[in-house]
Design a protein around this ligand. Structure first.
Ligand SMILES: Cc1ncc(COP(=O)(O)O)c(C=O)c1O
Length: 372
């Protein structure tokens, strides 16, 4: 997608805040633990390479991505640390993974069997992290017998495979009720009984487990949403105050007009002026990731909260103004202040979703500017 540089709509990312979040998490971790920065999905919308570089400066020793291309982009940016592709990758791409020294999640024996001849032919070695499905129901070995088969296969083919890691993923580490989390942890320990020689990396913690279940174990924390200063639980559990959001989204008024009673606003005329009222137009829409369902939400215009009226269009939306504002008045859609009315958490709650989804949906058309 083309980046809209000639429009007053931009995302600001404070890399120093991201570094501080990582440094604080490192102080909470055990001495033997490493932090892998989860930078998949364009670093949750913040920008893959700038965030990865900042994370490295702050002490991250590895990265997690979701697709191979994200890992390749990190390598091409000069990052030499461990990069783990968390998702299942196409078996025919194994030589490509090996070429870029990317580690990959493996959740079944078939994958290993399929990629083995390819790697043998090219004389390459693939770094493998075995995924254990302890209750997420997504990818991974679910019983000791199948895990053992994979372990044996890896052991028989050490020229083509490096058994580098083993991991699981919690589905409820961000919940008050810890029952299922504990079941998953117990399941992990049970599966681990068949692993005679532990690989270099054993990892179970996402942000939620790292924050609220510090004793969950493993020697790597896969640190995602909280690196960006956000609460994995939404508002269910309290996130330490040291973690601060790093991203804001701003624009400005490009049109201001006075409506007469009965004038309609937006597609479908879902808003009709009841009296003489002021209306402003902001050049941001759902093509930028500003969702159509934000109609009715309040953004900050020149320091005053103003309601979005009418449907959000593809590239613009309208706000009801309490009085006339000059053109180019600043509009804050998302604030990096945790407790501001336009916090990411409030936007997510309004849209009936999670901060992750709002962030990942911010499109490439919106330029990212970085504060160091
Ligand atoms: C396997 C895995 N580990 C870690 C993370 C990071 O999670 P969080 O952003 O909640 O820290 C994710 C994110 O979806 C994931 O899929």
């Amino acid at each position: 997608m083309v980046v809209g540089l000639h429009r007053k709509a931009y995302i600001k990312v404070d890399l120093d805040v991201i570094r501080q979040n990582i440094k604080y998490e490192l102080t909470r971790m055990e001495k033997n633990q490493e932090l892998f920065a989860v930078v998949k999905a364009n670093a949750y919308g913040h920008g893959l390479v700038p965030v990865a570089k900042a994370a490295k400066q702050a002490g991250a020793t590895g990265f997690c991505v979701a697709v191979i291309d994200e890992g390749v982009a990190l390598r091409e940016a000069g990052l030499t640390e461990t990069i783990l592709v968390l998702g299942v990758t196409p078996s025919e791409d194994a030589p490509y993974l090996a070429e870029y020294e990317l580690s990959t999640a493996v959740g079944d024996l078939e994958y290993l069997q399929q990629v083995y001849p390819l790697l043998k032919q090219s004389g390459q070695k693939l770094r493998v992290h075995l995924a254990l499905d302890t209750g997420m129901g997504r990818i991974g070995f679910r019983d000791q017998a199948s895990l053992l088969e994979a372990l044996n296969f890896l052991q028989e083919h050490t020229k083509q495979f490096e058994f580098e890691g083993i991991f699981t993923h919690f589905s409820t580490a961000d919940a008050k009720d810890t029952t299922y989390y504990e079941q998953q942890l117990a399941r992990f320990e049970e599966l681990m009984e068949v692993v005679e020689k532990r690989p270099r990396y054993v990892h179970v913690a996402n942000s939620a487990a790292a924050v609220w279940h510090k004793d969950c174990g493993g020697n790597v924390v896969r640190f995602g949403i909280t690196m960006y200063g956000l609460n994995p639980s939404g508002t269910e559990l309290v996130l330490p105050n040291e973690f601060q959001p790093a991203l804001s989204f701003e624009s400005e008024l490009v049109a201001v007009k006075r409506l007469a009673p009965g004038d309609g606003v937006g597609y479908g005329k879902t808003y009709t002026a009841k009296e003489h009222e002021w209306l402003g137009t902001v050049p941001v829409g759902y093509a930028d990731g500003w969702l159509r369902r934000m109609q009715g939400y309040h953004v900050l215009v020149g320091g005053e909260l103003c309601e979005i009226v009418g449907r959000v269009c593809m590239d613009q939306f309208m706000v009801k103004l309490p009085h006339e504002f000059p053109l180019k008045t600043k509009v804050t859609l998302l604030s990096s202040e945790k407790d501001a009315p336009q916090s990411l958490q409030n936007a997510a709650a309004y849209a009936d979703t999670i901060t992750y989804e709002i962030l990942c949906g911010l499109s490439e058309r919106v330029p990212r500017y970085y504060q160091n």
